[in-house]
Write a protein that binds this ligand. Structure first.
Ligand SMILES: CC(C)(COP(=O)(O)OP(=O)(O)OC[C@H]1O[C@@H](n2cnc3c(N)ncnc32)[C@H](O)[C@@H]1OP(=O)(O)O)[C@@H](O)C(=O)NCCC(=O)NCCS
Length: 167
């Protein structure tokens, strides 16, 4: 398996993977919207390839953390692995590769909404541990933060950009 940053030529294949994994097109459209926005980070849109075929994708993009000041943190969404390739470590490899890249780029933290049984293994913790508040009601354990080396106690309320409205 190879993990690399996405390229323009991958867009359709990535959409197909996301659509297949989620069984709906909201998340694929989210990726398309983010790519058109200032929140897009090309180096943090990663694909997993097996024998030259894209079987997984992860996107980290900028979302806002609003307190007295507003700072940009990473939102991890979406993450998708083609169903036939799930439970082989590909999703985990994408998360780990993304977090390493984000750390190298000097990002402070990443936020994920999802199942803690999956995300805790990468060091994600409930956002309330860091006084970071979800913008919508969600069980505490499911809204999580992974702090990176550059984390400096940023706290506040998360605000998602408009691209996320359709998800
Ligand atoms: C979630 C997803 C990306 C995981 O990818 P994957 O390649 O199967 O993940 P891995 O093989 O690295 O890890 C599988 C582990 O995660 C667990 N896991 C996977 N999806 C999970 C979920 N939704 N809730 C809880 N645990 C989950 C598996 O049980 C397995 O646990 P184990 O290692 O203890 O056996 C994949 O199942 C997927 O694309 N699902 C559909 C889209 C989706 O729900 N995306 C996540 C949005 S937060």
């Amino acid at each position: 398996m190879l993990i690399r940053a996405e390229q323009l030529a991958d867009y359709q294949e990535i959409s197909d993977v996301i659509l297949q994994a989620f069984g709906q097109d909201n998340e694929a459209r989210l990726v398309q919207e983010i790519r058109k926005s200032t929140r897009y980070i090309p180096n943090l849109s990663l694909v997993a390839e097996v024998d030259g075929v894209i079987v997984g994708h992860i996107l980290f993009s900028y979302i806002d953390l609003v307190d007295d000041v507003t700072c940009k943190v990473l939102g991890l969404a979406p993450l998708a692995v083609k169903s036939q390739f799930q439970k082989q470590g590909i999703g985990s490899a994408l998360v780990r590769a993304g977090l390493i890249r984000a750390d190298t780029m000097g990002e402070s933290s990443a936020i994920a909404l999802g199942n803690p049984q999956f995300y805790n293994r990468f060091g994600f913790k409930p956002s309330v541990c860091y006084q970071i508040e979800s913008p919508f009601p969600v069980p505490e354990d499911f809204f999580m933060v992974k702090t990176l080396n550059n984390y400096r106690d940023q706290k506040g309320k998360v605000v998602y950009p408009p691209a996320f409205l359709g998800v």
